[in-house]
Design a protein around this ligand. Structure first.
Ligand SMILES: NC(=O)c1ccc[n+]([C@@H]2O[C@H](COP(=O)([O-])OP(=O)(O)OC[C@H]3O[C@@H](n4cnc5c(N)ncnc54)[C@H](OP(=O)(O)O)[C@@H]3O)[C@@H](O)[C@H]2O)c1
Length: 303
């Protein structure tokens, strides 16, 4: 079963494996309620109860596609935790006023974005709201003021950030009297910078769980699209053979290896692939196995 984790000691529980809906509108089988419901139910039945959204996914359409299923099946929403994000402004036919891709973290925009997300998703509450990207003109007092209002009105339970550097997390955190509970960052055997650039240390210091987006490198790793992917996959395949688990389970075990309490956010549209992820907690990976993958990604032995 997928472990339940608190992203901070004060937070509610989320599933350690999170299903991300960024690619929902790209499913080759389409976006009918039947197709989407099948994926949601498969996840829920297998303990993947946390769903990662953003206002912009599918050019502002994915929340609504997902929400149509929740509208028809009221009980589903009670079995899941909803994460969503705001702050990125896309040039899209669905946002004719956006002339250039930009960020907006004003109080008015954050409040409006949450209203849209609640309506599109057909839920009464967002479990976790993230500021999607650090904004060079972010006013932390204004973001904090929006967060307080959303928390007091009961519309959002917890707050966090995404793609923030430690000092950017701190600037916002200094304006809040409750903890930001996650920083959702890119992390995979193809992108190991957070292990050394201070981001994971920052999460440890704050005692918060990072969420890892594109845990399989957005598919590049498993498809062995480049030399780094091929080298890293050689090691992963060796460990998969040694322990008789799938390559994906080896990767997920590596990402969730202590002490960081990382929550991988998976993005496949295929249930058959998710089946290959489910037993990752059982992989008997030891420290040296972990370093085999890390060293393969570094391209050399650690110093
Ligand atoms: N906060 C942020 O800035 C940010 C940025 C990016 C993503 N995210 C979140 O992270 C989630 C996951 O990102 P992701 O979709 O890039 O994650 P991922 O799970 O690393 O990649 C999924 C992609 O890889 C393909 N794939 C998976 N397994 C494969 C295999 N064995 N062989 C070939 N292709 C394979 C999938 O195609 P199929 O669908 O055909 O299986 C899909 O296109 C997103 O949904 C979103 O919620 C957040």
């Amino acid at each position: 079963m997928i472990p339940r984790v608190k992203f901070h000691v004060t937070s509610k529980e989320f599933s350690q494996l999170v299903y991300g809906v960024w690619r929902l509108s790209e499913d080759e089988r389409g976006n009918s309620e039947k197709v989407v419901q099948e994926k949601i139910e498969f996840c829920l039945e297998n303990g993947i109860t946390t769903f990662d959204h953003a206002d912009i996914y599918g050019s502002y359409t994915c929340e609504e596609i997902f929400g149509r299923v929740l509208k028809q099946n009221k009980s589903l929403a009670t079995k899941m935790e909803i994460v969503t994000k705001c702050g990125i402004m896309l040039v899209s036919p669905n946002r004719p006023n956006n002339r250039i891709k930009h960020y907006n973290t004003t109080k008015a925009h954050i409040l409006q974005s949450v209203e849209n997300s609640l309506k599109n998703l057909n839920v009464e509450k967002i479990d976790l709201l993230l500021i999607h990207r650090p904004n060079p003109i972010l006013n932390p007092e204004e973001v904090a003021s929006a967060f307080y209002e959303l928390r007091n009105s009961g519309k959002v339970s917890h707050f966090g950030v995404s793609n923030f550097l430690p000092h950017q997390v701190e600037t916002l955190q200094k304006n809040l009297d409750f903890p930001l509970i996650t920083n959702q960052i890119e992390l995979s055997p193809l992108y190991i910078a957070p292990f050394t650039n201070g981001i994971l240390d920052d999460c440890l210091q704050r005692k918060i769980a990072p969420m890892a987006w594109s845990p399989f490198g957005g598919g590049r790793l498993l498809q062995k699209q480049d030399e780094l992917s091929r080298n890293v996959m050689n090691t992963i395949e060796k460990l998969a053979n040694k322990y008789q688990f799938t390559e994906e389970e080896i990767i997920l075990k590596w990402l969730t290896f202590p002490p960081h309490n990382i929550a991988p956010v998976i993005g496949t549209n295929k249930i058959e692939r998710i089946k290959r992820y489910l037993q990752y907690t059982q992989v008997p990976m030891d420290i040296q196995d972990w370093f085999e993958i890390y060293s393969a990604s570094l391209g050399k032995e650690v110093p």
